[in-house]
Ligand binder design. Structure first.
Ligand code: FAQ
Length: 343
């Protein structure tokens, strides 16, 4: 039986037979479900939904949550080395936001009947994916600026689309996350401009970072539509409202001119504005590299997974203490003051 969780708490669901996934009753429910989506209604956790809709959402939202958590690492490494106190404070806030986004997303996925523990277990066992982009290194401070502009920029292009999606808890989480991500782009742009308009050495640093991050930013949108196995299903149920290639094009149209205006170059000899279509033409990333890195053979995959596994082990005692305290509370023990504080 499926146990729903809302805000982390299990919600009792009446005993019921597993929902039929074929036959006339299923077809009628499916038609009503799709009509609701066509009317722009949001699907909520206790509403009927096809199991494939649930499965796709769990896959995508949990991958997204893992990406936010792993996404803290490439920039987090620079917190002790930020060039000024102001930059350090901003970066701490930004990295902390990414952690918060991960929590919000795990919560959204929990409303579909999977527990956070199950999701994290799958991730630590290497069974669940996270965004390929976070397997690339950040050797200089300029990489933090390039991530702030290009990776956060790409994430926002993707997430503004997801905020229009049909599943209520995910769409609402996306709206909130997009507000914070917009701040992230501003901080990225500010750091980026400071380097691009700085000394020759600083300009060279940011140029080299752009050279490193341009193609990973394009990869964030996923494989080309011709190889995207999930896009047709996701579009059908408005989990996604645009394809990977459409979003990649939107990103290039928006961000290529921004980088070029600062007098920097983009490592793509085919990049040019096409006045006939009003769009920028560009080269696709190396898709062989994309799949190789997803499969684990990227510059930082092993390091990222090792850090997450260690953090999980080091946090075990906290989880155990919280679970023990919660059990004590349920059994009538503990005192109200601490119970309210959740300790
Ligand atoms: N990386 O059929 P499609 C962020 C996998 S958040 C790794 O096209 P779909 C914030 C895909 O899972 C960044 N794997 O899949 C931040 C599937 O494998 P599966 C993360 C990828 O779902 C900023 C297979 O390839 N954002 O950056 C990737 O239609 C700065 C076939 O692909 C999200 O997760 C990839 N890039 O489209 C944090 C948004 N692309 O599952 C810190 C939610 C594809 O069958 C600092 N997700 N794969 O084993 C989505 O929008 C979509 O899932 C896509 C992929 C667009 C990622």
């Amino acid at each position: 039986m499926i146990t729903y969780r809302i805000q982390g708490h299990p919600v009792p669901v009446p005993e019921q037979a597993p929902p039929p996934q074929e036959g006339p009753e299923y077809e009628a429910r499916l038609a009503e479900f799709e009509a609701r989506i066509a009317r722009g209604e949001k699907i909520e956790p206790t509403d009927w939904m096809p199991e494939e809709y649930r499965r796709q959402l769990i896959r995508m939202i949990s991958q997204h949550a893992h990406s936010e958590i792993v996404g803290m690492l490439p920039e987090g490494k620079w917190i002790p080395h930020a060039p000024t106190l102001r930059r350090k404070l901003i970066l701490i806030a930004k990295v902390q936001d990414e952690g918060g986004h991960g929590q919000l997303l795990y919560r959204a996925a929990e409303t579909l009947g999977i527990s956070r523990e199950e999701m994290i277990e799958a991730f630590l066992a290497g069974k669940a994916k996270y965004s390929v982009v976070f397997n690339y290194p950040t050797p200089t401070w300029a990489d933090v600026a390039a991530i702030g502009l290009l990776i956060d920029g790409a994430a926002v292009v993707n997430q503004l689309m997801l905020a229009q999606g049909s599943y209520g808890p995910y769409a609402r989480a996306m709206k909130r996350i997009c507000y914070e991500e917009s701040f992230h782009i501003k901080q990225g742009y500010d750091a980026f401009v400071a380097l691009a308009t700085g000394t020759p050495a600083q300009r060279q640093m940011i140029q080299e970072a752009v050279n490193r991050w341009w193609y990973p930013a394009l990869m964030l949108f996923g494989p080309p539509d011709r190889d995207s196995v999930h896009t047709p299903t996701l579009l059908r149920w408005r989990i996604k409202t645009k394809t990977n290639d459409q979003l990649r094009q939107e990103f290039v149209d928006q961000y290529a001119p921004m980088v070029l205006r600062l007098g920097l170059t983009i490592p793509d000899p085919n990049l040019r504005y096409d006045p006939e279509t009003g769009h920028w033409r560009f080269s696709e990333p190396d898709w062989e590299e994309f799949w190789r890195v997803i499969k684990g053979d990227g510059p930082c995959n092993a390091e990222r997974m090792a850090v997450r596994r260690r953090a999980h082990e080091e946090g075990r005692w906290v989880r155990e203490a919280l679970t023990a305290k919660a059990a004590q509370r349920t059994n009538g023990g503990g005192n109200g003051r601490y119970a309210v504080a959740g300790l």
